[in-house]
Design a binder for this molecule. Sequence first.
Ligand SMILES: Nc1ncnc2c1ncn2[C@@H]1O[C@H](COP(=O)(O)OP(=O)(O)OP(=O)(O)O)[C@@H](O)[C@H]1O
Length: 262
Amino acid sequence: MTTAVSIPRTGGSGGHTAVAARARQVVKAYGSGETRVVALDHVDVDIARSQYTAIMGPSGSGKSTLMHCLAGLDTVTSGNIYINETEVTGLKDKKLTQLRRDRIGFIFQAFNLLPTLNAIENITLPMDIAGRKPDRAWLDRVVDTVGLAGRLKHRPNQLSGGQQQRVAVARALAARPEIIFGDEPTGNLDSRAGAEVLSFLRRSVDELGQTIVMVTHDPVAASYANRVLYLADGRIVDEMYNPTAELVLERMKHFDARGRVS
Ligand SMILES: Nc1ncnc2c1ncn2[C@@H]1O[C@H](COP(=O)(O)OP(=O)(O)OP(=O)(O)O)[C@@H](O)[C@H]1O
């Protein structure tokens, strides 16, 4: 059974609990019989609000599965997931879709931008679909922080990979979701563009109070986080606060030595 450090659920966060998302005894199994794979094995974790959390671990350790379950993109076999005080695991399809649309932001490796819409239209699309009016001042601030002000009328194919990823980041931030989930959000970028996007995500936590959870294999990407969770065989086996790339690399070598990394 996995035990992860719990964070106090009340704190000075403007009426919100200090925990943005929780997993309790989450099991996720795929298949059955001989082909059964336990991707998550009784995971308990608290994701702190207004903090940047990185999820690391070897290939197949369950990182994406944990993120997908936390974000309500995948169902669990047993256990409970909460976003703030809402139990995600108890929601029916329609409510789940609404929760994902209204309260969660996503940044994936494939940016999922619509090619026929320009940058600003892509950024505001989720709000348009939800029938919500963008908060102009907030939108300007997000666009400004991402450094896209001169590119808003460009379509994705007129933007570099780094710029497209910044549009995807701005789209996630524009709706002010309670929590943003990223799966290797800089995986396709060169190191300079990746660093830009990561610095921006870091600033969104420091300056805008955003909560971010990001899956990564990259110690440098993880060093932007406040806390790194290490998964192995579907369990949280370790964590690190205030990581540096060197410390993360050292910890990964340590897992190597114990035969946990493939
Ligand atoms: N749809 C599925 N059907 C069957 N098994 C699956 C499915 N999705 C994931 N798995 C298995 O669950 C385990 C965890 O997978 P997951 O994708 O969460 O790992 P990961 O740590 O994100 O890996 P990677 O770093 O390679 O992306 C793996 O053993 C994988 O093969």
